[in-house]
Design a protein around this ligand. Structure first.
Ligand code: C5P
Length: 238
């Protein structure tokens, strides 16, 4: 990490199956942002060995975004299996329930002082209220996000993923110290892509976001390192 509080909270989403492209994206980000986020797309293609190569290229902390959701024993095993990669953050679906989240937190704790933060995924932002009704969920997405965030906190998780839209309500419900990891961030003037409800980095931090997940505004830029620096500058100026 580069000990710059503005920079350290930015994790860049490396969403590609192209190993060489991922390496060339990661290499210049070292010393500029706080970390890289690697999800299922890259992981399924290149596995732990590929993840190691990106960590070596960037020399940055890793957010392993595999969103585990299974029976407690299996999720604990998956978290344990991730520990040799020394991730800074791992995540699980909060809808997996209390026992599953507790098992994930206990497995992470086996790494001792170097343990990863375990973050709960609440409601995927691709689901709207009608989608939730169709799968039998009672109440709105906002209510469900709050319920799952409180459950995650009770289970001993370190925080949750939430949309920019939900930061204020989750912060109010869960209090300070509970980490809020927020995707759907768009620096001033950048393209929305498929994200609908977005905030700028400074707006998200002002509301209480701890970690900002930013993908295409950095990775699709002509010069990703320059785009990353400009996000850091935007945050520092706020
Ligand atoms: O390119 P962009 O900045 O939209 O990337 C956002 C990243 O955050 C992607 O890796 C995406 O999978 C992830 N994400 C999201 N919305 C969520 C959860 C994760 O956009 N609700």
């Amino acid at each position: 990490m580069n000990q710059n509080p503005h920079a350290d909270r930015i994790f860049v989403a490396i969403d590609t199956t192209d190993l060489e492209r991922a390496i060339s994206l990661c290499r210049p980000l070292g010393g500029i942002v706080g970390g890289i986020k690697i999800g299922k797309e890259f992981f399924v293609a290149h596995g732990p060995q590929g993840v190691r190569r990106l960590c070596e290229a960037s020399k940055l902390p890793l957010f392993l975004d595999l969103k585990f959701h299974d029976i407690p024993n299996t999720v604990a095993g998956a978290v344990r299996a991730a520990l040799p990669l020394k991730p800074h953050i791992v995540n699980v679906h909060a809808a997996g329930g209390m026992a599953m989240m507790r098992a994930a937190a206990a497995a992470a704790a086996e790494a001792g002082a170097d343990r990863p933060l375990v973050i709960g995924v609440t409601v995927l932002t691709s689901l709207d209220n009608d989608d939730l009704k169709a799968i039998g969920m009672v109440g709105s997405a906002a209510v469900q996000v709050q319920r799952l965030a409180l459950l995650a906190r009770e289970a001993g998780l370190d925080g949750v993923v939430c949309s920019p839209h939900e930061i204020a309500a989750v912060r109010a419900a869960c209090g300070p110290g509970f980490k809020l990891v927020v995707p759907g961030i768009r620096p001033a003037g950048s393209a929305m892509g498929d994200q609908k409800r977005v905030l700028t980095p400074a707006e998200a931090v002002a509301l209480g976001a701890d970690v900002l997940v930013i993908g295409r505004p950095i990775t699709a830029a002509d010069e990703p390192a320059r785009a990353a620096r400009s996000v850091v500058a935007e945050l520092a100026a706020a």
